[in-house]
Design a protein around this ligand. Structure first.
Ligand SMILES: C[S@@+](CC[C@H](N)C(=O)[O-])C[C@H]1O[C@@H](n2cnc3c(N)ncnc32)[C@H](O)[C@@H]1O
Length: 264
């Protein structure tokens, strides 16, 4: 039911059926907008999601395309002839394709990795004509980062279980060349409860302004409960320092969507 529809309450007759399921019960197969339907209330990047992903994520995450543009510019600082740039959780390959089209990327090897076979297929289609791009199915913990000049995790690490984050960052750190860069974009938590509440309300308004129905917003939030685990921003900065990264700086932030550049 959309927010603008009204519910007609029937008069009591004594032989009413059980009450219709409320939003929580009905969320088993729930639309989250842009023709994406979640099953068993769980968000998935498989199935039809890749087809609608770019449109959906652009309206769901503030500054999404700006973040892509910023990274595409910043990787130039790490591009060395014959070097390697890895995008882990590359989804449809949009960011890799925009990096590949830059003249400064001609001599680079651009590698896209995603855990989801359907996303790998979509990324291969996006990058089909780009000779220096390779896309493979893989996982953040087991990917090969050896001698990489830059690693990008654009809203990916938040989908890995919290206990795997440290290990993943250590493997990436070990693989990066000296002076290499990690681009880590994440939905983060605020250290202050009042601020978190304000940011959450502003984010809801951002989604309403972008045309989502309240029920779609609720269904999406619910679908992410068991698959995404945002961490406090401070913890992420601290973890990056502890891992060994020397320069750790926020290069983009809007509400609780933060982009960090960390240098080895
Ligand atoms: C929010 S999307 C990332 C968006 C993408 N980086 C972009 O620039 O548009 C998260 C992606 O990470 C992938 N993913 C989730 N967990 C992963 C893991 N453990 N290893 C690799 N990829 C993962 C998902 O399949 C999905 O495509």
């Amino acid at each position: 039911m959309s927010a603008h529809e009204t519910t007609v309450v029937p008069e009591e007759t004594g032989d009413e059926q059980a009450e219709p399921a409320g939003p929580a019960e009905r969320a088993g197969n729930a639309t989250v907008g842009d023709d994406i339907v979640t099953t068993n209330t769980r968000w998935s990047f498989a199935g039809s999601t890749p087809r609608h992903f770019d449109a959906h994520v652009n309206k769901s995450v503030p500054l999404y395309l700006h973040g892509h543009e910023l990274i595409a510019k910043c990787v130039e600082f790490f591009s060395r002839p014959g070097g390697t740039i890895i995008d882990v959780g590359c989804s449809t390959g949009t960011l890799l394709a925009s990096i590949a089209r830059k003249p400064s990327s001609k001599d680079l090897s651009l590698v896209g990795i995603d855990i989801e076979a359907d996303m790998v297929r979509a990324a291969r289609e996006t990058c089909a004509r780009l000779e220096n791009v390779t896309i493979s199915q893989g996982e953040v913990l087991s990917a090969d980062y050896t001698d990489s000049n830059a690693v990008i995790m654009y809203y990916t690490l938040q989908f890995a279980p919290p206990e795997q984050r440290r290990l993943a960052l250590e493997r990436i750190y070990d693989g990066l060349v000296e002076g290499g860069g990690l681009f880590l974009f994440e939905k983060v938590l605020s250290p202050d409860a009042r601020l978190q509440d304000m940011l959450q309300q502003l984010y809801l308004e951002f989604k309403i302004d972008n045309g989502f129905e309240p029920e779609e917003i609720y269904n999406k939030e619910r679908s992410l409960r068991s698959v995404m685990a945002p961490q406090p921003s401070n913890d992420t900065h601290e973890l990056l320092h502890r891992t060994g990264f020397t320069g750790v700086v926020t290069i983009q932030k809007y509400l609780f969507f933060e982009g960090i550049l960390a240098i080895k």
